[in-house]
Design a protein around this ligand. Structure first.
Ligand SMILES: [Zn+2]
Length: 362
């Protein structure tokens, strides 16, 4: 069959440094302001980074865990914007999981008037008097893929009804990402599982997506297959570095695919679970994957063909494999189609920003 001509507006400017040891080669030739996750950076790597940056390191702040909230972003900006103001050419360097990297994506847009910062984040608008600092991202989990996308999730827990904000300036990509699988070797098992489930969710969401394209599909299918094969190995033997390296690669590939397609329905449904039940992001996405997979069946031949490649069985059979696979990892899938309340919640999320990307949304 002839292939339809296709225009691909592929765009991702992030310079990617990949591979074991690339973190140790990180070097700066100008001022740097560091945001690092205390739980994710070993003392050995902290010392190493300090030595490599030397006098270029102008400030260092620790992310102590928790949601990347508006309040946390504000206190971080209060602390670091004065230093960034003193060094307008400073690079913001973030080392940590998705929350740390997302906070850095906010921090790097330094506003002249700090009092209006939260208004800008809430309306996702960048005022003309902003100073945009260069951004280098070092993920320590495998992973959120945040290092290669231009979106940051910020939780607005000060609003009357807490909600998820998506901070996404058009030039929001980092300049450089350093994806060193060794940094993820010490990630705790539960967190490793949830982060890999997030990667799988990014991969599948790039397939059942209105913005899907054949190039992103290649990245996404490879990423999904890697997570499905390798996560159970890490679950059984957390010290399996070969499998952990494969998960880091899967995270990067899924992130690249997602950077072109955005996420879709499973992510749209996940946010309320995270707010209501404090469920980790990866798990909160994964519980919806079998239902969303079934909803996607038959929506587009190309999507069915891509899903068939994930478990190497026809797409309508693959969902049973997915259920069994999730069950083996302790994940209980959820389904909204059984009750009228559920069906109306599902219909509502289909109309949300991410839900509209879903290939079977009307
Ligand atoms: Zn995600």
């Amino acid at each position: 069959m002839a292939t339809q001509p296709l225009y691909l507006a592929w765009s991702n400017p992030v310079r990617i440094h990949w591979g074991a040891g690339c973190f140790q080669q990180l070097a700066a030739d100008g001022p740097v302001v560091v945001l690092a996750d205390r739980a994710a950076l070993s003392y050995e790597n902290e010392t190493l980074l300090l030595e490599r940056l030397g006098a270029h390191c102008k400030a260092w702040s620790w992310f102590q865990g928790g949601l990347a909230s508006v309040a946390l972003a504000r206190s971080l900006c209060d602390e670091l914007w004065p230093v960034l103001k003193e060094y307008p050419d400073a690079v913001v360097l973030a080392v940590g999981g998705g929350s740390t990297l997302d906070l850095a994506k906010v921090l790097r847009y330094r506003l002249a008037d700090t009092r209006t910062a939260a208004d800008c984040w809430r309306s996702n608008t960048v005022p003309p008097d902003v100073t945009r600092h260069a951004l280098w991202l070092v993920p320590t989990t495998a992973g959120t893929g945040s290092e290669v996308t231009r979106w940051a999730t910020v939780w607005d827990t000060e609003a009357q009804a807490a909600q998820k904000l998506s901070w996404s300036p058009v030039d929001g990509y980092s300049e450089s990402a350093f994806v060193d699988p060794e940094l993820s070797f010490s990630c705790p098992l539960r967190q490793s599982r949830d982060c890999a489930l997030d990667s799988l969710s990014h991969a599948l969401e790039a397939l059942w997506n209105r913005n899907a394209n054949p190039i992103a599909e290649s990245f996404a299918v490879e990423a999904a297959r890697l997570v499905i094969e390798k996560l159970p190995l890490v679950h059984e033997h957390p010290g399996n570095h070969e499998a952990r390296t494969a998960l880091a690669r899967a995270s990067l590939l899924a992130g690249m695919a997602m950077s072109q397609t955005q996420t879709a329905l499973a992510h749209a449904l996940s946010y309320q679970l995270t707010l209501d039940e404090q469920m980790p992001h990866g798990e909160a996405c994964a519980v919806w994957l079998p239902m969303v997979w079934e909803l996607a069946l038959g929506a587009a031949p190309g999507c069915d063909a891509a899903l068939a490649r994930v478990f190497a069985v026809p797409a309508h059979e693959g969902v049973q494999y997915l259920r069994g696979w999730l069950d083996s990892l302790g994940i209980s899938p959820r389904d909204l189609r059984d009750t009228s309340v559920g069906r109306s919640a599902l219909a509502q999320e289909m109309r949300s920003a991410r839900g509209r990307n879903f290939i079977a949304s009307r």
